[in-house]
Design a protein around this ligand. Structure first.
Ligand code: NDP
Ligand code: OXD
Length: 314
C-alpha cells in the first residue's frame, strides 16, 4: 500500500524541502512525498514531518499515523489547541543536533570561563590588562536539564576538567556529575553554579524559571546561557540582575518572540550576547536517518524511539 508523507515546515526554502524529499525517497522510492500546503486529499496523509506548523493544521488529516517533529523541543506543537492528541508524536533526537548544541555550550562556557567579554571590553579601551582565571576543576558549571542535550554537554565539560552539576525533574546518576533534582534540589544547585546553562524543555513547570528569585540564588558575578526556550527567562528580571551587577553577562539564543523584536532591550544591552536561535539546527543529512528509523518502526508496527510523553510535556 502506498505511504504518503507530508512535509509541513512552512519556513523552509525549496532547497531544504528538496533535500528532505531526496533522503526520504532514497529510503523508499514508493513513498509519495508531498510538501505543505500541496497536501492532495487530506485522508491520504499517513505521516507528517513538521516544524513550526500552522496551528490547527494537523487536525485536518483523519488517517494520520504519527507526527515526526523536526526539532527537539515540542512546546510549539503542544501549544496547538487542535493537536490530534491520540496521534503519536516523535521528537527529534539526533547526533547532529546534539553535537551542535554541545559546541554552542562549550563555546560560551569557555568564553565565560576565560573571561572573554571582559577582555573584549578592555580591547575597546586599548587596555592591556591580564585577567586571572581558575583551573577548570575549580570552575563550577550548572546545567538545568539533564536530558539528551544537557548530559552530552555535561560529559564534554567534564572531559575538559570542569566541576559540573546537573538539575533534572527526577533523580538520576551520571558518572562524574553532581546531580540535583526537583524543587528541593534547585536552590543548592543554583548556589554553586558560576556558569548556568539552561537546556530544559519549555513546560508549565519550567516557564519563567530564570527569574529574580533563581538569579539571586546564583553566586555574585555568575553568567547565564539560555539555549532552550525564551519562555524560560523573565526578561525584565534578567536585565535587572545584570544592571545590579549580580549577573555579569548572559548569552541568549532563544526568545519569547522570535525574531527578537528590534526594539527589545536585549539587542543593545552591553552585557548580553544575542544569537538568533542557532545554538543547534536540524540538519537533514543526519536528522533524516533518525526519521527514517522512526518510519521503519511505525510501518513495521514497532514502537518508535523518542515518543513524546504528553503528560510530562516533553
Ligand atoms: P530532553 O527531554 O532529553 O531533556 C529534558 C531534561 O529537562 C530532562 O533531564 C528533564 O528531567 C529535565 N526537566 C524537564 N522538566 C523539568 C522540571 N520541571 N524540573 C527539572 N528538570 C526538568 O530534552 P533535550 O535535551 O533533547 O532538549 C532540551 C531542550 O533544548 C528542548 O526542549 C528545546 O527547547 C531546546 N533546544 C534548543 C535548541 C536551540 O537551537 N536553541 C535546539 C534543540 C533543542 P528528567 O531527566 O528528570 O526527565
Ligand atoms: C529544537 C530547536 O527544539 O531547534 O530542536 O530549537
Amino acid at each position: 500500500m502506498r505511504t504518503v508523507v507530508l512535509y509541513n515546515s512552512p519556513r523552509d526554502d525549496e532547497a531544504e524541502v528538496a533535500a528532505w524529499r531526496g533522503y526520504i525517497t532514497a529510503y523508499d522510492p514508493a513513498i509519495d512525498f508531498r510538501n505543505w500546503p500541496e497536501t492532495g486529499p487530506v485522508e491520504e496523509i499517513d505521516y507528517v514531518l513538521a516544524w513550526i506548523h500552522k496551528p490547527g493544521d494537523l487536525a485536518r488529516y483523519p488517517n494520520l499515523k504519527a507526527i515526526f517533529w523536526l526539532g527537539a523541543g515540542v512546546d510549539h506543537l503542544l501549544r496547538d489547541k487542535e493537536l490530534p492528541r491520540q496521534v503519536p508524536i516523535i521528537r527529534l533526537v539526533d547526533d547532529g543536533l546534539t553535537a551542535g548544541m554541545t559546541e554552542y555550550v562549550l563555546l560560551h562556557t569557555l568564553r565565560y570561563h576565560r573571561r572573554l567579554p571582559e577582555l573584549e571590553a578592555h580591547q575597546r579601551e586599548r587596555r592591556w590588562h591580564k585577567l586571572a582565571y581558575p583551573l577548570a576543576k575549580d570552575r563550577r558549571i550548572g546545567i538545568m536539564g539533564m536530558g539528551v542535550l544537557g548530559s552530552d554537554a555535561a560529559s564534554r565539560l567534564i572531559g575538559l576538567g570542569f566541576d559540573v552539576a546537573g538539575w533534572s525533574r527526577v533523580p538520576k546518576q551520571l558518572a562524574g556529575l553532581t546531580l540535583f533534582h526537583g524543587d528541593d534540589g534547585l536552590t543548592p544547585f543554583l548556589n554553586r553554579s558560576e556558569i548556568l546553562v539552561c537546556l530544559l524543555p519549555l513546560t508549565p513547570a519550567t516557564t519563567g524559571i530564570v527569574n529574580a528569585r533563581t538569579l539571586a540564588a546564583l553566586p555574585k558575578g555568575a553568567t547565564v546561557i539560555n539555549a532552550a526556550r525564551g519562555g524560560h527567562v523573565v526578561d525584565v528580571d534578567l536585565i535587572a540582575a545584570l544592571d545590579r551587577g549580580h549577573i555579569a553577562h548572559a548569552t541568549l539564543d532563544v526568545f519569547t518572540t522570535e525574531p527578537l523584536p528590534v526594539e527589545h532591550p536585549f539587542w543593545r544591552h552591553p552585557r548580553i550576547t544575542v544569537t538568533p536561535h542557532v545554538a543547534s539546527v536540524t540538519i537533514s543529512e543526519t536528522a533524516s536517518r533518525v526519521i527514517i528509523e522512526g518510519l521503519k518502526a511505525m510501518r513495521a508496527g514497532r514502537r518508535p524511539a523518542n515518543l513524546v510523553d504528553l503528560a510530562k510535556g516533553y
